[in-house]
Design a protein around this ligand. Structure first.
Ligand code: OFO
Length: 165
């Protein structure tokens, strides 16, 4: 069965995924109010995906005899300076999430919890994809350029990003 320490760490990961979901929902809303409708669509979907990640952890913990806990979501940002800043913050956040997953995997390996170790491999792959998408998003800003009609084109291209995932 699930060690208490591992259960605690998995619940901390739930909190991270819940925060990701809330953070991206807030970003989606900001984008929508600014007319970046395609980016908003991408972020609403992304927020749903993060909730999906959180629910995967809920099932795993409870099926393994633990108790998954709905995390408190602390204050999140509602205002952003630019569309580019939103995507920079996403990459920054995803790097943090990857680090957290890796620490969790390392903990499971060193405590010989190979079942949870195996369960977490899905998240390892997912984080790799999420970082790639976030990096791709920032490249789009550089390639197109934000001047003139740039942001309008950038928003369209960002809306296509979830196709990769
Ligand atoms: Fe859950 O992958 Fe992003 O945070």
């Amino acid at each position: 069965s699930l060690a208490k320490e591992t259960e605690k760490k998995l619940n901390q990961q739930i909190e991270m995924e819940g925060k990701s979901s809330a953070y991206y929902l807030s970003m989606a809303s900001w984008c929508e109010t600014k007319g970046y409708v395609n980016s908003a669509k991408f972020l609403y979907d992304h927020s749903d995906e993060e909730r999906g990640h959180m629910l995967k952890l809920f099932s795993y913990i409870n099926e393994a005899g633990g108790h998954a806990r709905q995390p408190a979501i602390s204050e999140i940002r509602h205002e952003f300076n630019s569309l580019r800043e939103v995507f920079e913050l996403i990459l920054e956040h995803e790097i943090k999430v990857t680090k957290s997953i890796h620490e969790l995997v390392d903990h499971c390996f060193s405590t010989k919890d190979f079942t949870t170790f195996n369960f977490l491999q899905w998240f390892v792959t997912e984080q790799r994809e999420e970082e790639t998408i976030s990096r791709r998003a920032l490249e789009i800003f550089d390639i197109i350029g934000e001047e003139g009609m740039g942001l309008w084109h950038i928003d369209i291209e960002l809306g296509k990003l979830h196709g990769i995932d």
